[in-house]
Every structure is written in C-alpha cells, then in structure tokens.
Design a protein around this ligand. Structure first.
Ligand code: COI
Length: 353
C-alpha cells in the first residue's frame, strides 16, 4: 500500500531533553487524505507539516463535525519503534465517525498510513524517560455550506507530536475537582465519541478548577449529577477496600484504550474489579470509612495518573497521603514496560513499525 511521500526540504530542531510540553511541538511531516461523496476516501499522502487552507464556510468551523484519536509510538532501548494497541484506536475512530455522521474509514488501511507517517518521522520518536511520540489522527468536515447537515467532503489528517507527561510533574498525584455545576455529556449525546465539542465544553469548568489549584475536573452524570463518569482527559478508577471500581460505560463515557487495558491486567492479576455505577456520595462514604485506598486516571495521554485529592462541594478527600499508590505504580510500570518493550507482551498489545 504505497502512498505519495513528499519530503520536507528543511528539518526542524528536535527536543533535546525530556522536558517536552504536551502537544506543542510537531514533526516535519503530516498525512492527508480527502473524501468526497460518491468518490470515497482518496489521495492518501505524506507531505511537509504546514498550515492548511480551508473555505471560511467549511462546515467544521460552524457545526463542529469532526472526530479525533490519540495514540502513541515509543522508542525501545534497541532503537525499535512500537505502538500500543493501535487497532483499538482505529476501531474507536469509526465508532466516533458513526456517531458524528462522518464516513467510515478502512481501519487497516489508515493504520498502515499511520505507520508510514511515523516511519518517515521516526527520528522524532523521543528516547528520554517518560516521553513518546503522540499521534493525532483527525477528520474535519470541509464542505463550504452553512446548511445544518453532514458535509459532503472531509479531510483525514494525521499529525505527530513528541510529548512528555500530560500533567506537569509526570507520575505525581494530581488534585481534581468534582464538577458540580457544568455537564460534560449525557446518555444519547456524544460523550462516548472522541469529538471536539466534548473537550471545549469542558473549558469553563477546567478554568474554574485550575484557579483553585486543580489539574482537571471529575465529571458527574449530566442528569442527576450523582454518578461518577470520567475526567475528560482520562477514565477514572478507585481502589476501595481491596477492590477496584470504575464507572461502567454509560453511553456518555469515552471507551478508553488504556481503561480497557487496565481492566484486562487487573483480571489477570486476580484483583477484584467492578465496572458499575458509583455515586460521588458512595465514594465519599468509603472515604470517611477509611476504605478509599487509591484513585487514579487512565488514558493515552495521561497513561496512569494518580489522583491525590478530590474536592467535592467543600469536602476534601485526601487519598493515600497524596502519594503514588502501589496499584497505580504497578499498572504504570506494567503498561509503560509493555509500551517500551521491556516487559513481556503476553497479549500482543505492542505493534512494531
Ligand atoms: C488522549 O489521551 O489521547 C486524549 O485524547 C486526551 C486529550 C485530552 C489529550
């Protein structure tokens, strides 16, 4: 499956240490493919990374018909490049496409394009501890038309960004505010899709939380504001009295690939785990009873991020003395170990490029 590759004439400076801010540095090339109704997806190409031109009436600007993915490539100590369960991201991209009325992609083919782009820019996969090459495939609606209806044309693009930890400080427990005013998503809405509006709808709440020293917010269900959903940048897990509880996928929670991997590992390790509805009041009760042992988030960007403190309506839950808990550490070591090719990959999660 060869595609057109146009190499950049000048190459940019690559990061020289592990202090790489998340999502601000981009590689020398990008992938683009177009879609037109009646013609399908066509003209896959790798070209120099550069701004693109769109008609001001392009539908993406007006009604936000767009989807994206987040995946990572890692440099092993033998100099190989590995990706983590990329087939799951392709599957999810199509789930998001279906929800957002965007034409589906050929998952295997697009995964090949991802690999080809990473191959072209493989020198950009950073080798410093805690770093990786973040891969951002996304699709935008490009038809110039103000009618409120699905676009007849799209662009699928893939950009690459060498990154350090998503939360500054790396594997350091973060403080999270339980959001009591705003709503991220409701059942039947787009919360389970990876689409732009879910993220920008969170900005107001995040900005308020950041003013109070929180790294992010924990969302509750949009109807009753009782049940715990997710953080937005990651899914959430709690270790309570020896058992791990994570909110069941409700239709408004993103199906994280790291979430799925954590659940599989916990089952392998015979750690009791429940995917179920859990209310914030129930969590607080466990906290008061001294049963809330650990809390942590899981996501592609966040990997495993311990939560050291949760603030909910004036109640503070300080978890594990705001230290990294043993289960979060074990999961982090196992997942990053597989990602970096230093632990046995019994499940075949790593894909070599
Ligand atoms: C990811 O983990 O890949 C995401 O898309 C989360 C985003 C907020 C960076």
């Amino acid at each position: 499956m060869s595609i057109k590759i146009e190499k950049a004439e000048t190459m940019k400076q690559k990061p020289e240490s592990k202090e790489i801010p998340f999502g601000q540095v981009f590689t020398d090339h990008m992938f683009v493919m177009d879609y037109e109704e009646g013609k399908g997806w066509y003209d896959p190409r790798v070209i120099p990374y550069a701004p693109i031109t769109l008609d001001p009436a392009a539908m993406i600007f007006h009604y936000g018909q767009t989807v994206f993915e987040g995946m990572k490539a890692y440099r092993t100590k033998d100099g190989e490049t590995l990706m983590f369960r990329p087939d799951k991201n392709m599957e999810r991209l199509n789930k998001s496409n279906r929800r957002m009325s965007i034409p589906e992609i050929d998952e295997e083919r697009v995964l090949e394009y991802v690999k080809q782009l990473v191959e072209v820019d493989k020198e950009w996969v950073p080798e410093f501890e805690g770093t990786s090459l973040y891969i951002r495939p996304f699709i935008i609606s490009t038809e110039a038309n103000l009618a409120v209806a699905p676009s007849q044309s799209y662009k699928l693009m893939i950009i690459l960004s060498p990154v350090g930890p998503y939360f500054a400080g790396g594997m350091k427990p973060v403080r999270i505010k339980v959001e009591d005013e705003f709503t991220r998503a409701v059942k039947g809405g787009t919360g389970a899709a990876k689409t732009a509006g879910n993220y920008s709808a969170a900005y107001r709440a995040q900005a308020n939380a950041k003013k109070e020293g929180h790294a992010d917010v924990l969302w509750l269900d949009g109807v009753e504001k009782r049940y715990i959903e997710e953080v937005g940048s990651m899914n959430i897990f709690f270790k309570i009295d020896g058992k791990v509880i994570t909110p069941a996928l409700s239709g408004s929670i993103l199906e994280g690939v790291t979430r799925m991997s954590v659940l599989e590992l916990l089952k392998d390790w015979d750690i009791p785990v429940e995917e179920r509805k859990i209310s914030i009041a129930e969590l607080y009760q466990y906290y008061e009873e001294g049963k809330l042992e650990e809390a942590f988030g899981a996501g592609t960007a966040a990997v495993i991020s311990p939560v050291g403190r949760l603030d909910w309506l004036g109640n503070t839950m300080t978890i594990n003395g705001e230290e990294v808990g043993p289960l979060a550490k074990r999961l982090y070591d196992e997942i990053t170990g597989i990602q970096l090719g230093v632990r046995e990959d019994a499940k075949g999660w790593s894909v070599k490029i």
